[in-house]
Write a new protein. Structure first.
Length: 257
C-alpha cells in the first residue's frame, strides 16, 4: 500500500506540479515514461493499482487512468482486464505514416533517445535499381549509409540510405541525423513515397537486431523527394516487427462539414 504522505521510491507526488501548464495526467504520463525508460521500474513488472497510484501522486483516479491510457496507447504499458497494468519490456516505437519524419524525430516525439551505429558509409556507383529510384544517369555516384538504428540503445532497424553525392558528397559527415544534415546542406526532404511489407527476418540482418532468422520483420522502402520533385534519398530498411508500429490516420473520402 502506498501512502500519500510517504515518498515510496519512484512513486512520489513531488514529481507533479500544479503550477505547470501541462495537465496533470500528461505530467504523470511523462514521469512514468521517464521512470520506465530509465529502467527504474524494471523490477516492478506490474504497476500498483489506480487507487494506490492516485494516493501516492496526490491526484484523482481519473488523472491516473488518463495517464495510463496515454502510455498504453504508446505501447509502453499493457492493461489486462482484472489483472492490472504491466510494463512492456522493450520500448515501443510508432511512426505516423501521414507525416514525413526522420528516425530521430520519431524517437524524440516518443521521449526516446535516437542512436545509430555505423555499418557502412561509402561512395560508389549507383546500381541500376538505385539509379532508377533516384533518376540518376548510368555511372552516377551515390553516398551509401548503412546504419543500425537504436531506440534508447535497443536496435530497432537496419537502414540502408542511398543519397546522390551531388547532395551529400561525403557520407562520413553525417554524425547524427541524416535529415538534419541534408537540411543544413540546403536540401530539406519534403515528401516521400513509402512501401512496406511483412517479411521474415533475413539471416544477415537478424543478429544486428537481436532477433532470430525468420522472426517477424517489416521491410520498408522509401523514396524521398525535395520540394521541386527531385529524388534525394532511396532507403531500404528492416524493422523489428515486435516493437515498431506504423500509425495511419484515415478520414472519410469526400467528407466535408
Ligand atoms: C527514417 C526514414 C529514412 C531516413 C531516416 C533519417 C523510414 C522508413 N525511413 O528512418 O528514410 O533516412 O529516417 O533519419 O521512416 P535521421 O535523420 O534520424 O538520420
Amino acid at each position: 500500500m502506498f501512502s500519500q504522505d510517504t515518498h515510496v521510491g519512484p512513486f512520489d507526488k513531488s514529481a507533479l506540479s500544479s503550477d505547470s501548464p501541462l495537465p496533470l495526467y500528461l505530467q504523470l504520463a511523462r514521469h512514468l515514461r521517464r521512470l520506465m525508460q530509465g529502467g527504474q521500474l524494471d523490477a516492478v513488472g506490474a504497476l500498483p493499482g489506480e487507487r494506490d497510484l492516485a494516493e501516492s501522486f496526490g491526484v484523482s483516479r481519473v488523472t491516473v487512468r488518463k495517464a495510463l491510457h496515454e502510455l498504453t496507447n504508446e505501447g509502453l504499458l499493457s492493461q489486462r482486464q482484472g489483472a492490472g497494468t504491466f510494463i512492456n519490456p522493450a520500448p515501443h516505437v510508432e511512426q505516423r505514416l501521414s507525416t514525413l519524419t526522420s528516425f530521430t524525430d520519431d524517437m524524440v516525439s516518443r521521449g526516446l533517445t535516437a542512436g545509430s551505429s555505423w555499418l557502412e558509409h561509402t561512395i560508389s556507383a549507383a546500381t541500376p535499381e538505385e539509379a532508377l529510384a533516384l533518376d540518376l544517369s548510368p555511372g552516377a555516384t551515390v553516398s551509401r549509409l548503412r546504419r543500425q538504428r537504436l531506440a534508447d540503445g535497443i536496435p530497432v532497424a537496419i537502414e540502408l540510405a542511398i543519397v546522390p553525392t551531388r547532395f551529400l558528397p561525403d557520407p562520413t559527415e553525417v554524425q547524427g541525423s541524416l535529415y538534419e544534415k541534408l537540411r543544413v546542406l540546403g536540401y530539406p526532404p519534403f515528401r516521400a513515397l513509402q512501401r512496406l511489407r511483412a517479411v521474415k527476418m533475413p539471416a544477415d540482418v537478424a543478429p544486428l537486431l537481436d532477433a532470430r532468422e525468420g522472426d517477424a520483420a517489416l521491410y520498408i522502402e522509401r523514396r524521398t523527394l525535395l520540394e521541386n520533385g527531385c529524388p534525394i534519398e532511396f532507403v531500404r530498411s528492416h524493422y523489428r516487427g515486435d516493437i515498431y508500429d506504423f500509425l495511419v490516420e484515415l478520414s472519410l473520402a469526400g467528407w466535408s462539414r
